[in-house]
Design a protein around this ligand. Structure first.
Ligand code: GLA
Length: 684
């Protein structure tokens, strides 16, 4: 039986934040420990300043010990103990970890891989997003917990499941296939429309009926990219329906507490469509982990935070999980350097998070995550990690007054879309090593170095009032987005569109008449052909005023039909042709960038766009100093993060919250430290 499609019930915006001030704490998994340790946990939580824990995320097998048989006494005791100690609880519905008895009774709920293999019990998220059997059990479990704990005074928020799709993103079983066909019927209505949307004339793959469609199961040759893309869209919606079913079961019993789940917004396209999901959580929450081999991790933290904020810049969000030090799931799991924990956490607070939580409170001694760092490490409290956890707890209390404020309106919007990212990622493409994230990070990095704040927003975001709109590698673009970008330019924005943007429509159909199709007229360019570069290749470029630069990875054969050429290719097949251009549009302008430029060359282009828009970097944004301002209720706070190994003086006047000092004119940010100044000279 196909399941219901997701309903569209909106976010409840006016529910109270789960803590007073900023939230601080982490996932708490007390079932792994005897009660004596649990008592110690609470004492140490108080020492660390923990005020919120996410409880029970993986506890299903300890709560429902057999079908319909509940053992809730231990959870009662944990909740009461936390309440007595004034530690609030974000109570999870533990659907991310179905119990072994459920898998044994209903192995059909386990997802099936592309190759037709049904996964086995013993992992996480071992359930098919379309399974009505799983849904029934999950909803029953959520109802039992919500009915029992809905009024518990410690429970201030509900956390449905965990990282939906992070282990069961795609299921290729027959139940999923039927659900997919029902989703397609809803989207296309009839098979003729579907055939046209997917271009099934290619290879003669026309369907006689929607009933003939299968998920993109394993095959030796390439699949239809439109089918792949729709399967991604469907999978996100199927998971959303699961989230909604559990959320609604919780809401039956709990009307005045926010319900959410944790996203995985980092640099790449998500496992779900976060912009669509964002409308269905009461508080937006994210898990953000250090990527050990990222050459500039601090910029990636800012990128993730700017993406989360961009989902709705008008409200604070929550950093639901990050790590105190190393994770355990990358090839080489780097520990955090001294001070890095504070910088990572407060980067998110500076960029709009009203809390910083971790996976997890106490480091496990057994199980799959035994070598993942935690707030309380294996070695105990005589450790760098514990000391920094306590210091961070003090910092979060000292910063309490920023709670409820938001980041000062960002002059720049950067368009970024999970769905467009999937479209570029799936199927055979001109370049398989270049992702949308590369283009987006390149531009974001240039702004980050200048201290210019940028909201990373979904394509349908309101662009009015933005001085600059960046459109990096937005491969799939619908007409409405293209029109909104054009209208932003006409109203005065400086728009920068890069290579790959506007190439295909929402059906994944190439827009003909020249690439950059959706933006070609706006930018006044005609892109004839892509010229992909190999790993070792670079191409010299030159600015109109004679500066030399470099392109790598991607170049294009472009003609400036109705635009001024600002940079040209200086060698190779494209020598003399435009590399980037500018076209005056109404009160603004549209730039087109056809190449992936080396950092110094791109910085020059971005500086020109900022100057064109009349934007200047804040005076405090010295090299390696991150500057972000939060504002609210007539006040403002300037966050300053020193990513360098030297002390740096900056201009500031007001009261510094972390050192509790008044500042008159100048403040030195010690090497690697963070400061937050309530400003005396600015109104919020
Ligand atoms: C995710 C999960 C956590 C944990 C961490 C490890 O964020 O939600 O349960 O597995 O990863 O980094």
């Amino acid at each position: 039986m196909p399941l219901d499609l997701p309903d569209r019930r909106a976010t409840r915006r006016d529910l109270p934040w789960p803590t007073r001030g900023l939230a601080y704490g982490g996932d708490y998994n007390p079932e792994q420990w005897p009660e004596s340790v649990q008592r110690e946990d609470v004492a140490l939580m108080r020492e660390a300043g923990v005020n919120l824990v996410t409880l029970g995320v993986f506890s299903w097998g300890h709560l429902e010990v057999a079908d319909g048989e509940w053992e809730l006494g231990w959870l009662d005791r944990v909740l009461d103990r936390l309440h007595e100690n004034e530690i609030m609880v974000d109570l999870a519905t533990p659907s991310a970890a179905p119990p072994i008895w459920l898998h044994r009774a209903h192995p059909e709920i386990l997802p099936v891989s592309r190759t037709g293999v049904r996964y086995a019990q013993g992992g996480r998220l071992g359930w098919c997003p379309s399974s009505p059997v799983f849904r029934r059990y999950a909803v029953r479990m959520a109802s039992v917990l919500a009915a029992r704990y809905g009024d518990h005074p410690a429970v201030r928020m509900w956390h449905v499941g965990n990282e939906f799709g992070g282990g069961n993103r795609h299921c290729y079983c027959d139940v999923s296939a039927a659900h997919f066909r029902s989703w397609l019927t809803d989207r296309y209505g009839d098979v003729t429309t579907l055939n046209a949307a997917w271009g099934t004339a290619f290879w003669g793959h026309r369907y006689g009926s929607i009933d003939e469609v299968l998920p993109p199961r394993d095959s030796e040759s390439a699949a239809n990219p439109s089918l792949l893309l729709d399967f991604d869209r469907f999978s996100s919606d199927a998971l959303l329906a699961d989230y909604q079913a559990e959320r609604d079961a919780v809401r039956e019993h709990v009307r005045d507490r926010p319900v959410t789940t944790n996203f995985m917004v980092q640099e790449g396209p998500g496992v779900v469509d976060h912009a669509a999901w964002s409308e269905h959580v009461d508080i937006r929450a994210n898990d953000h982990y250090l990527i050990a081999d990222d050459p500039l991790p601090e910029e990636e933290w800012a990128f993730g935070a700017d993406r989360m904020r961009g989902l709705d810049p008008s409200r604070p969000w929550l950093l639901m999980e990050h790590s105190t030090s190393a994770v355990n799931w990358q090839p080489r799991n780097r520990s955090k350097a001294p001070g890095e924990l504070m910088r990572h956490s407060l980067t998110h607070v500076a960029r709009g998070a009203d809390g910083a939580l971790f996976f997890q409170w106490r480091q496990s001694v057994q199980g799959a995550e035994q070598f993942h760092s935690a707030m309380l490490p294996h070695a105990g409290t005589r450790t760098k990690v514990w000391q920094e956890v306590v210091e961070l707890g003090q910092a979060m209390r000292a910063l309490g007054e920023v709670a409820g404020s938001t980041v000062a309106p960002a002059p720049v919007a950067l368009l970024y879309d999970d769905v467009a990212g999937w479209a570029w990622q799936r199927g055979q493409k001109p370049h398989h090593d270049l992702s949308a994230a590369h283009a987006a990070r390149d531009l974001h990095r240039a702004l980050w170095r200048r201290g210019v704040t940028c909201d990373i927003v979904p394509p349908h975001a309101d662009l009015s009032g933005r001085a600059v709109v960046l459109v990096p590698a937005l491969y799939l673009t619908d007409d409405a987005t293209a029109a909104a970008v054009a209208s932003a330019a006409a109203s005065g924005a400086r728009v920068l569109v890069t290579y790959l943007s506007g190439t295909v429509d929402p059906d994944d159909r190439v827009r003909t008449g020249g690439y950059a199709g959706a933006f070609a007229a706006l930018c006044g360019v005609y892109v004839e052909e892509f010229f992909v570069l190999q790993h070792h290749e670079t191409v010299a470029v030159r600015t109109a005023d004679g500066h030399a630069g470099t392109a790598r990875d991607w170049t294009e054969r472009v003609h400036a039909d109705d635009a001024t050429v600002l940079g040209t290719y200086a060698e190779g097949h494209l020598a003399g042709l435009p590399a980037w251009t500018r076209r005056a549009v109404g009160a603004g302008a549209a730039w087109y960038l056809s190449a992936r430029l080396a950092e110094s060359t791109l910085t020059r282009v971005v500086d020109d766009v900022l100057a064109d828009a009349g934007l200047t970097a804040p005076a405090q944004a010295a090299p390696g100093i991150e500057v972000v301002r939060r504002v609210g209720e007539g006040r403002s706070w300037m966050f300053l993060i020193n990513h360098t190994d030297r002390d740096v003086p900056v201009a500031a006047t007001g009261h510094e919250l972390l050192t509790r000092q008044d500042v008159a004119g100048s403040l030195t940010i010690p090497a690697g430290a963070v400061r937050a100044v309530r400003e005396a000279d600015r109104a919020g």
